[in-house]
Structures are given as structure tokens and as C-alpha cells.
Write a protein that binds this ligand. Structure first.
Ligand code: ALA
Length: 427
């Protein structure tokens, strides 16, 4: 596969996916930016949406918009059936044991905050340790900082190897008898590193601790089984996996969720209320206060169906190959620094890099002028940026509709940027 550069006409045939057909399902990919074809390489921030998802949102509002779990009328019954049906779709998608373990949230951030605020306050005591990796998104760091301050607990950070992988020998020592929770990302949104969740879960469980997995970058891109990885909580967002914004999933083991207090109060999470006291609803509704994001949850089913039909193994294979190709081509550029594991099998389709002294924002702007969307900055990982000794990075991230030709376009634009900016020193 490393020799693919020689045969440009066969590049797209290397994919495990029918890219031409897939691209037809995404109307936005036909638009132009300043007269240039859009090349969307910012999928780690949010993915584009296929027509089936867009249509499902519209269908909900045109045909059966109603509140769920409340009305005894046809529209409400239809909306409730579709809403709860999506829960079963999620259960199947992540291989959870029971649908009551699937909680709809607004996104990964809310899922993690829910666990930190409820499970955390209930279980973390002064002197306890919360173990995190240095590659965590702010969303899987700040809630734990706040909890640690409140409970007088300690944050402990795992160590990374030179290629940005978790040092598992050190982890075995750092996860100890004071560890209450290990909270780690399954796939870094900066380094692309795929972390060994099953092994970390075993280390946590050996010490009587639990493990929370930030699945925001992994669940959209690879087949996961929450049972197989033996996590205790997994949080992810639909908008990064073809679905609408404003929908996330928090999965947790039933016994743990059952023992946790609610996160927010009111609406759907109530069983009965008197003037002085309330009884709370059962799982999963105990954690779904207020009217949920009904239309977008229902439309999410179309996103899960799209990915399931395609096959998550094919999605992963495509991303490994396009990442391998992109890494090989990027390495041709003089003065480029690429972060994260060298082996595409060990990482997701996220490539962060810096070029000479060019500020990543300038790179982002020059690429944008060429119709290419990437992300530039600290990627909500400021502590990791400090470890890497950079202000920020440029980041290209791929998904099911990205072609090898688009990688070539990225390369051409980077070479252009190098011509324009390469001699400018920023230090
Ligand atoms: N967490 C998202 C990203 O990495 C927004 O871009």
C-alpha cells in the first residue's frame, strides 16, 4: 500500500467504500467555496449529513411532531415509538446489554459532566484519585478538575510515549488503590491515537475503580462493543457521525446508573411529586429531564442506519488507507512535523501537523482560500499543546466521503502555502 503514489488513476479504487456513490448522498459536498470545489477535511469537529438524515428531520416536523411519553394521541404515540426505537438502534449499534442503559444527552460533553456531577459527587472522596490521559479534550478534563477541587481529590495523569501512545507499563503503576475513576478518550482528536481501553478497563477494575470512555472520536469511525471493552461509561456525539447537532449518548452499566442520583430535575425524569418530595422515574428517563431533542434523536436513527449499512469495518478500513496515503504524502513536505503514531493502524483518520514556522491559523486561512476546510488551533486540548511545545496545530480529519484526490488537493495547497509563507519566521 505504500507504493500507491505511483498510480493516481487507481487511487479511489483502493477504498473499501464506494466513494462516488457515498458522495452523492451528501448534498453539501456539491457546493463551492469562492468558486472552488469544497474539500471538507474537518470531520473531527463535525461530520456532514446524508440526505436520509436531513429528510428524517423534515419528515418528523411535517408529519408527527409531538411531545413524547405524554400525550395519548396518535402523533405523540408515533413520536414516542420513533424516539424509543432510536434507543434500541443505539443499543444494537454499541452492543449494550439493555436499552435502559442508553441515555440521550446533548452531546459527549454533557454525558461526561453528568457522570462527574452525579457518580463523581457520590463516589469520590478526599484523597481519592481521578486518572486521566494528557491527550484529553477539555470536556474530559475540566469536569474532573471541578470535581477534584470540590472533593479534595487528586488528578493523576498517565504518561505518553514519544509517538503519543499511553505508556501502559507506567499506567499499571499509576492506576492504584486510591484510583476511583479512569477517564480516557478512545481516540485522540489531536494525535489520532487509539487507546487500549480494554487493558485500561482491566487495570481500573483490578483496583475497584470504574472507567469512563470519551468515544466522541472513536464511535463514529470503528465498531465498538461496550460489553467487549468492559467500560463502565461511554459518551459520544451524533453530530460527528452523520447525525444532527444537539444529540449525544451516554451509555453506562445498568447497576452503576441505577445507583446514581439524577443530573437534572423536572419533566420526564419524574415518577410522582408531592409538595415536599418527589420520586424519580426509572432508567433511562431518570437522566432525561425536560422535553428531549425529539426530532434530532429520531433523525439520528438514519445516521446509525447509514453507518450500519456501510459496515463499520469498511469505514475503518477506508480511514486507515486514506490516513496511510495522507501520512506518506505529508511526509514529502520539507519542514513538516506530524504528531501522533506513525502507523495508521494505531490511529484514527485525524492528522495534526505544523509546517515550518507558519502559524496554523495562517495555514487554515490559505487552505480555506483554496476551498479546503481544516481546523487550526489548540483543538480544546491546551495541556497537550503545552506538552508538544506548540501554540496549536493544523488538523486534517477524514470520513467516509473523503477521497484520495482530496488528499492530493490538500498537498497542493500546502505546497502553495509553503511558497507564500514558508520563509516567514513567527518566533
Ligand atoms: N472536539 C471537536 C474537535 O476536536 C470539536 O474539533
Amino acid at each position: 500500500m505504500a507504493t500507491i503514489l505511483d498510480k493516481p488513476e487507481t487511487k479511489e479504487a483502493m477504498s473499501s467504500l464506494n466513494l462516488e456513490k457515498i458522495r452523492r448522498d451528501f448534498p453539501i459536498l456539491r457546493r463551492e467555496v469562492d468558486g472552488k470545489r469544497l474539500v471538507y477535511l474537518d470531520n473531527a469537529a463535525t461530520s456532514q449529513k446524508p440526505l436520509s438524515v436531513i429528510n428524517k428531520i423534515s419528515e418528523y416536523y411535517q408529519r408527527y411532531n409531538a411531545n413524547v411519553h405524554r400525550g395519548i394521541h396518535t402523533l405523540s404515540e408515533e413520536a414516542t415509538a420513533m424516539y424509543e426505537g432510536t434507543r434500541e438502534t443505539v443499543r444494537h449499534f454499541i452492543d449494550a446489554k439493555e436499552t435502559c442503559e442508553i441515555i440521550f444527552t446533548r452531546g459527549t460533553t454533557e454525558g461526561i459532566n453528568l457522570v462527574a456531577s452525579t457518580w463523581g459527587r457520590q463516589n469520590v472522596l478526599p484523597g481519592d484519585e481521578i486518572v486521566l490521559s494528557p491527550m484529553e479534550h477539555h470536556s474530559n478534563l475540566v469536569p474532573w478538575q471541578v470535581l477534584a477541587q470540590e472533593r479534595e481529590a487528586k488528578l493523576v495523569f498517565l504518561e505518553l510515549t514519544a509517538e503519543g501512545e499511553i505508556d501502559m507499563e507506567a499506567a499499571a503503576k499509576l492506576i492504584g488503590s486510591r484510583t476511583r475513576i479512569v477517564a480516557v478518550t478512545q481516540m485522540s482528536n489531536v494525535l489520532g491515537t487509539i487507546n487500549p481501553i480494554k487493558e485500561l478497563a482491566a487495570l481500573a477494575h483490578k483496583q475497584g475503580a470504574v472507567i469512563l470512555v470519551d468515544g466522541a472520536q472513536s464511535v463514529p469511525h470503528m465498531q465498538i462493543s461496550v460489553q467487549e471493552m468492559d467500560a463502565d461509561f461511554v459518551a459520544f456525539s451524533l453530530h460527528k457521525m452523520l447525525g444532527p447537532t444537539g444529540v449525544g449518548v451516554l451509555w453506562g452499566k445498568k447497576d452503576i446508573l441505577k445507583a446514581m442520583p439524577p443530573y437534572m430535575y423536572g419533566g420526564d425524569m419524574i415518577a410522582s411529586v408531592s409538595r415536599e418530595r418527589s420520586r424519580y422515574n426509572e432508567l433511562p428517563w431518570k437522566f432525561e429531564a425536560g422535553t428531549p431533542n425529539i426530532g434530532d434523536v429520531i433523525a439520528s436513527a438514519a445516521a446509525f442506519e447509514y453507518l450500519t449499512t456501510m459496515g463499520l469495518d469498511n469505514v475503518r478500513e477506508h480511514e486507515v488507507e486514506i490516513t496511510r496515503y495522507a501520512l506518506n504524502r505529508l511526509r514529502e513536505i520539507n519542514g513538516i512535523t506530524i504528531y501522533g503514531p506513525k502507523d495508521p493502524q494505531k490511529r484514527g483518520g485525524v492528522i495534526s501537523f505544523n509546517m515550518k514556522d507558519i502559524h496554523p491559523h495562517d495555514l487554515g486561512q490559505i487552505l480555506s482560500d483554496a476551498g479546503i476546510a481544516i481546523r487550526a488551533g489548540h483543538h480544546c486540548c491546551q495541556p497537550l499543546m503545552k506538552d508538544l511545545q506548540v501554540m496549536g496545530t493544523a488538523r486534517a480529519s477524514f470520513y467516509i466521503y473523503n477521497t484520495f484526490e482530496e488528499v492530493d488537493m490538500l498537498l497542493a495547497a500546502l505546497r502553495e502555502a509553503d511558497k507564500v509563507m514558508g520563509n516567514v519566521a513567527y518566533r
